[in-house]
Design a protein around this ligand. Structure first.
Ligand code: MN3
Length: 202
């Protein structure tokens, strides 16, 4: 079985002005498509083909750079498209909000912690909000296409929200202004999807 590039659940221009159309076209059609194809090539004939991407990443030999980079890239972008929405910027449901308050003190504190994780990730990588069994939340960041499902990455739990801070995710629209991109991201978060994912994984 091979992995397939998922369709975007909205049009390329749906997230404007926060994330521009051209960036979405290249990001989904070139970058995510590339990770997907490279992942399929990397696992072909290895026995990994019968596993889900979550299973592959959580039991990965971290020295296997092709699967680490492309499997991470496949999973991370699939999650990213699903936690974005043109009608985003709402708020977490009661269940998730209560976990955010209990883990961070307030939504504003969470937002500050997440924005800082995204802004201070040096070079390319991702910022995450992860849930541990029982509902405890954690904000962290990873380099390159690593993610919290991978062992020993210094970032644990199941990722329910992720922000791509590679320059390919924002450079056309924001150039070097990563903090502005991070602020814009908060206007297009699909909190309904994130809340559902929290309920499923907590
Ligand atoms: Mn990307």
């Amino acid at each position: 079985m091979s992995f397939e590039l998922p369709q975007l659940p909205y049009s390329h221009d749906a997230l404007e002005p926060h994330i521009d159309k051209r960036t979405m076209e290249i990001h989904h059609g070139k970058h995510h498509a590339g990770y997907t194809n490279n992942l399929n090539n990397a696992i072909k004939g290895t026995g990994l083909e019968s596993f889900s991407i979550e299973e592959i990443l959580s039991s990965l030999d971290m020295s296997n750079k092709a699967v680490r980079n492309n499997g991470g890239g496949f999973f991370n972008h699939r999650l990213f498209w699903n936690i974005l929405s043109p009608s985003g910027g709402g708020s977490p449901d009661d269940n998730l909000l209560s976990a955010i308050n209990s883990s961070f003190g307030s939504f504003e504190n969470f937002k500050t912690a997440f924005s800082k994780a995204a802004a201070t990730r040096f070079g390319s990588g991702w910022a995450w909000l992860c849930v541990h069994p029982g509902g405890k939340l954690e904000v962290c960041s990873t380099a390159n296409q690593d993610n919290p499902l991978m062992e020993g990455i210094g970032c644990g739990g199941y990722p329910i929200l992720g922000l791509d801070v590679w320059e390919h995710a924002y450079y056309l629209n924001y150039q070097n202004r990563r903090p502005d991109y991070i602020a814009g991201f908060f206007n297009v978060i699909n909190w309904s999807a994130v809340s559902k994912s929290f309920s499923k994984k907590s």
